[in-house]
Write a protein that binds this ligand. Sequence first.
Ligand SMILES: *[C@@H]1O[C@H](CO)[C@@H](O)[C@H](O)[C@H]1NC(C)=O
Ligand SMILES: *[C@@H]1O[C@H](CO)[C@@H](O)[C@H](O)[C@H]1NC(C)=O
Ligand SMILES: *[C@@H]1O[C@H](CO)[C@@H](O)[C@H](O)[C@H]1NC(C)=O
Ligand SMILES: *[C@@H]1O[C@H](CO)[C@@H](O)[C@H](O)[C@H]1NC(C)=O
Ligand SMILES: *[C@@H]1O[C@H](CO)[C@@H](O)[C@H](O)[C@H]1NC(C)=O
Length: 592
Amino acid sequence: MMEFKVLVLLFAFISSSVSQSIRCNYSLRQNTQYMCNLQIQNPDGLNNFTQVEGFHFPGMNNVFVTAILRNTTGSTTRNVPSVLCSQFPHVTYIDLSYLGIEDVDANAFRGCRNLDWLRLYNNRITSLPDNLFMYNRHLNYFDLERNLLTALPENLFANQLALEALDLNNNPIANLPRGIFRNLFNLQFLYLRNLRISAVNPGWFDNLFNLQFLDMADNQITQTIPANAFRGLFSLESIDLAYCNIRTMNAQWFQTMAHLHYVFMHNNFLEHIPSNPFVNSPSINILDFGSNNLAEVSRLAFANMPNLMVLSLENNQISRLRPQWFEEKPNLDSVYLDFNRINSIPVGIFAPLTGLRSMSLWSNRIRTINRNAFGTMQNLWYLDLDDNQINSVDERFLRDAIRLNYFYFYDNVCASAGFFGFANNITNNIRYFDRCIRNFGFVTERTTEAGSNYNFVEGMNPGMHLEVFTQLEARVALTGFNFVWNPMLEIVFNNDTIRIVRNQDTDVAVIPTQRHFRIDAWNYYRITWARQVISVFEANEDFPFIAYTMQDWYPVNFLGLRAQESEAIWTLEPVQLPPPTPGPNSRNKQEV
Ligand SMILES: *[C@@H]1O[C@H](CO)[C@@H](O)[C@H](O)[C@H]1NC(C)=O
Ligand SMILES: *[C@@H]1O[C@H](CO)[C@@H](O)[C@H](O)[C@H]1NC(C)=O
Ligand SMILES: *[C@@H]1O[C@H](CO)[C@@H](O)[C@H](O)[C@H]1NC(C)=O
Ligand SMILES: *[C@@H]1O[C@H](CO)[C@@H](O)[C@H](O)[C@H]1NC(C)=O
Ligand SMILES: *[C@@H]1O[C@H](CO)[C@@H](O)[C@H](O)[C@H]1NC(C)=O
């Protein structure tokens, strides 16, 4: 056993001492760049090389070398031998990626006073000395991506006033000292993606007046990001905070960024977007909040964004669209709202989007497509409505979409189909929507004025979907007759209760409404009447929050709509539509 060990050690010693070598294969690029293609075997990390071997071009020597580019085939080294920068003092470009480097000592780049471009990508560096770049005042680009750094010393970049791009991506850095970037006045690109940062230190960015691009995606930020976290970033054009575990968004973060174009906040855990976060950033083109938990998005969340082109809100919990989100955005080209809980597309909501080319609403709970939701849609080219609950479509909507090419309508109630070149063959394609178009005849939209009398809508068994928007109180009467006459039963929605009233003055059920009714917002209910039980359901709930049994029973032929205190906007649809056509279905009809 002992002998075997000795043998192995001896072999290792021989092989390593034999294999140490460092040489250049010189080449001239475009007759200007005299380059060393470095072949290095230095697995033990020796640093006592006296020279880099190789044969120069005629008339050339070491001082002409301006670039060192490692030859990845067969090259490996544990360190950066200082002979490189002492032998080639005029080098400006060094690429030492993929070499297995673990240690970089303070003298590694000392001799390269003109170093401009340095790439140490994909090595195994665990730490860097504080004074590594003391003499490299011209360093402009530094790529340290994919190493094993856990921390950086505070003075590493103290002399790098010329640095414009710094890439620290994909290192397990947990600790970035507050002053690490303090002198990088000219930095334009900063990559901090996939580090182990758990908090954002406002000191980092204080002097980065010229930073244009900040990528901090994929960090597990567990501490609240302070309001002033990004206060110095006056020139920022792009910020990426995706996959950062962010739970709360602060409207102050972006207030100093007057030149922002791209904002990526997707794949976080945001539940809320506050008012006016981008009000000082009118240049924003792309805003991505996809894959969060957004349920409450302020009406003013996207205020003052006249240049917005792409809005991504897919994969959230959004149930209501707000008209203000889409106002004054003539350049909005693509909107992603897939995988939310949207019940309806409010009247007129997309009409201001004259530039809209692509709209995705895949997998929501939409039941009706109304022409008036979209306006004229001169440019709509791509529309995805797959996997909704659509049961009625306004024919004018289909005919207005004169450029509609991709139209996805699979897995809806009244039709299931997908089209390429939809508008080119409208006469043929519109036949797929016969049932949807017919059903649209049963959808009613009304606006009632404050204090008006009951306005009647035909009510169909076994009940109606009801949407209402009002400031204070709204009433629905269930009645057999379409004139004002002692309604059998009234449901009164107001700002603090929902009540059921019989004979105009007797409350028979009173429900506090914290959950059920919101003023100055859309409310969505389902009201059913069957076997003498009146049930009121919230949104798509399976269980009613009111179930009232009547002693006496009259058929409900009409719903009366009325708002005492303010204007109210109403949309009604039957829960079940009458069967389509007589003939094959007439037997069913008799059974009803
Ligand atoms: C030197 O580089 C040239 C291409 O630039 C290549 O053809 C040649 O084989 C290289 N020589 C050695 C010894 O690697
Ligand atoms: C460098 O050091 C190694 C190990 O100490 C030794 O074997 C080798 O001879 C030295 N090389 C030179 C050029 O001094
Ligand atoms: C890189 O090294 C390989 C193997 O030694 C060699 O064949 C190739 O020519 C080298 N390339 C350059 C550009 O020197
Ligand atoms: C329209 O669609 C029908 C049926 O798919 C097809 O036969 C016809 O050629 C199409 N017309 C045009 C102009 O594409
Ligand atoms: C409801 O409205 C009344 C007056 O109409 C008002 O006094 C009260 O504060 C309101 N309650 C809520 C919760 O808004």
